[in-house]
Design a protein around this ligand. Structure first.
Ligand SMILES: [Mn+2]
Length: 421
């Protein structure tokens, strides 16, 4: 996506944008500060989200899917050129093994991208290796545990070559039936395995421990909730933190409260953004419950300010979703927009007034303050921040009018399938 095309597009839409921006900007305190924070805020794109997926049933390719890591990087580069808010990519090993790290790094930096956390995979078997059918780091057989540990150490090595600084671990380890597993032994094996992985972390690295209540196992999961993740992270040490994936909670869990306390304890690694209607974890963030997303960001902004953390870099921000029925690039643009909307709304909360209302137990006032921010249409603020950074006023609008998907199909073919779930 050439800058000239973006500039031409913006020129056509600037008058309409200016009118909407002026209307909302008039009531925003510290407008420049808000716009600068919005400009600095980037969300990592996972390498597995560029193709269709997220289903255990049929997968329906939309055509023009990236056929290799280089093409995935090109797609993220396209998203970043349009929204100026997606300046990193998170790789999944072994789906996206970089064959030549220097070439891959140079390719990415040509698009203004760097590498976010690297993700290990011990939830699928690899040819010629021991099976993870009954788990990986918690396995009853030491040989399987050792193989899974070695895999994680190898993923760290790939990450070091790419300039990444975090290993993200999600385990499918669990049990499907009562009696299958000794919970205590499973936990202790997991801890012991993670300790060996932890020992291989470079000094400036972190390990992020993700939790999920169920699926693929339906009776127990060895790291099922934030308590179990936090217990492991505490025992491991300072470099181990808890990763919150929004879709990895039972319905109606108060995620914002979890986030608030993890942040207080300096144990919040960051986020995997998505949304969920029932028990799934693959719907577009903000598509089902944007109010919850706002409440989470409200806790994040308040908690990060309390600790003096930089919002953009203080913790990890990543999308983790995959879709069967949408153009993946359009979905990722929507995801980033939804996250930035929630963030912008949280920046508009009248913090001082909220503190007063809380102190005086003025419950109705506290609700009014939060909802006044939530009900503000902040989209023109985000568009303005994007415009100032060189992005498109309407990224999906330009993606569509520019016929990007059609040209990707012409270039890559209609039947291509990207690696991923
Ligand atoms: Mn996740």
């Amino acid at each position: 996506m050439e800058q000239q095309k973006i500039d031409e597009f913006n020129h056509q839409h600037i008058k309409d944008h200016q009118r909407k921006f002026d209307f909302v900007a008039e009531d925003v305190n510290k407008l420049d500060d808000v716009l600068q924070k919005l400009q600095a805020f980037n969300i990592a794109i996972p390498s597995w989200a560029l193709g269709t997926g997220g289903t255990r049933f049929g997968r329906f390719s939309g055509g023009g899917e990236p056929r290799n890591l280089e093409e995935k990087i090109a797609d993220v580069g396209m998203i970043h050129a349009l929204n100026r808010s997606s300046n990193s990519i998170s790789l999944h090993i072994p789906w996206d093994i970089p064959k030549n790290a220097n070439e891959i790094k140079a390719l990415a930096s040509g698009y203004g991208l760097h590498f976010d956390a690297v993700n290990s995979n011990t939830f699928q078997d690899q040819p010629g290796e021991l099976s993870y059918k009954f788990g990986s780091l918690h396995h009853t057989d030491k040989a399987v545990r050792d193989q899974a540990i070695q895999h994680n150490i190898e993923v760290i090595k790939y990450g070091v070559e790419l300039g990444s600084n975090a290993l993200s671990v999600w385990l499918s380890d669990g049990s499907n039936f009562p009696g299958q597993l000794n919970f205590r032994k499973a936990f202790q094996n997991t801890l012991d395995s993670l300790q060996q992985i932890y020992a291989a972390l470079p000094d400036d690295w972190k390990v992020w421990i993700e939790y999920k209540p169920f699926e693929p196992n339906f009776y127990s999961t060895t790291i099922a909730d934030w308590g179990q993740s936090h217990l492991l992270a505490s025992k491991l040490g300072k470099k181990a933190l808890t990763l919150v994936d929004l879709g990895h909670h039972l319905p109606n869990t108060n995620i914002e409260q979890i986030v608030s306390l993890l942040l207080m304890e300096q144990k919040l690694a960051g986020f995997h953004f998505n949304d969920s209607k029932y028990g799934d974890d693959d719907l577009t963030v903000g598509s089902i419950n944007p109010y919850q997303l706002f409440l989470i960001f409200n806790e994040l902004v308040e908690g990060m300010d309390a600790r003096g953390l930089n919002h953009a870099t203080g913790i990890g921000w990543m999308i983790d979703a995959s879709h069967n029925v949408k153009d993946p690039i359009e979905d990722l643009i929507q995801s980033v927009e939804a996250i930035k909307i929630a963030y912008a709304q949280a920046l508009l909360v009248d913090t001082k007034a909220l503190v007063d209302a809380q102190q005086n137990n003025d419950v109705a006032k506290a609700q009014e303050i939060l909802q006044a921010a939530y009900r503000t249409d902040v989209r023109p603020l985000i568009a303005e921040a994007r415009l100032r950074a060189g992005g498109a006023l309407d990224p999906i609008g330009l993606y569509r009018s520019g016929g990007v998907r059609d040209s990707l199909i012409k270039q890559r073919g209609a039947k291509t399938v990207a690696t991923g779930l």
